[in-house]
Design a protein around this ligand. Sequence first.
Ligand code: ATP
Length: 318
Amino acid sequence: MTSSEALIEVQGVTKRYGALTAVDDLTFTVRPGRVTGFLGPNGAGKSTMLRMILGLVAPTSGTAAVAGHRYRSLSAPLRTVGALLDAHHVHGGRSGRDHLRMLASAAGIGSRRVEEVLGIVGLADAADRRAGAYSLGMRQRLGIAAALLGDPRVLVLDEPVNGLDTEGIRWVRNLLRGMADEGRTVFLSSHLMSEMELVADHLVVIGGGRLLADEATSAFVARSGRHRARVRSLDDGALARRLTADGAVVTSPEGGPSAGLVVSGVDGETIGRAALAARIPLVELTPVRSTLEDVYTGLFDAGAFEGGTFESGQVETR
Ligand SMILES: Nc1ncnc2c1ncn2[C@@H]1O[C@H](COP(=O)(O)OP(=O)(O)OP(=O)(O)O)[C@@H](O)[C@H]1O
């Protein structure tokens, strides 16, 4: 396998539904050997874009190719691309094993591989139970098993950790990491930003159908350049007034007066000097690293996601 065979290449893709432009002239390439996260608020166009990559929705203009071909022209689609779109979409009456056997036989894949993927996703013991009675987490595992059936070089996963518990999320993270380390291309969407920050090496960020960023996760996070620090002193009230006068933004974190202050907009040295000048002893001065969520929220506040709805309730906060 040469690495170019495992690229996802999106070139000038636009999708219109009547007057609505769901995806607006997107161009990006997803590369092998790393996990690429696809981020954007609800309605940003992620699912539509993933469906166009998988040949389920036709672009109004532009092209989406996997391993050098449009999905529908692939000679062995399941062996090239593994997809997880909607884990609810399982025939309830069949057992997990029968569901996978049916998919495998349609693609000319032997039943030995079915047993292998059941083992990989940890469903071997539940394989003979009706898939309709599976928990959401088990359905996600079954969907991932289906995606892995053809031992594909490219994985496209829409919200793969939805419905999984902490152990399940860690399992998906390790699985995807392992797939990327083997040189496969892994492209996943998720609205769980703290999770995305842990799993994705690279990010494609969209808002209102448009590309907002296509860069390493670390570069995206570093973009905010915002100084933030947790500060405790022997007189937080007086220190807060002094820092505010110096142009800092000061808030009190949850936890009452003894929890100290969160200071942003000035660096640590400025905080130390302000405390010294006011003769207030500092007890703690800890830099707070910007998270992916901080940057994302910053973009949102700046209006970058106009047209999308951002469900902050679904965002894991630290
Ligand atoms: N078949 C369709 N007909 C009309 N409009 C559609 C259709 N599919 C999607 N849309 C619209 O296109 C826009 C993008 O939707 P899409 O589902 O791709 O966003 P998303 O980023 O995946 O959001 P979510 O996180 O909620 O799934 C939305 O405004 C949606 O209502």
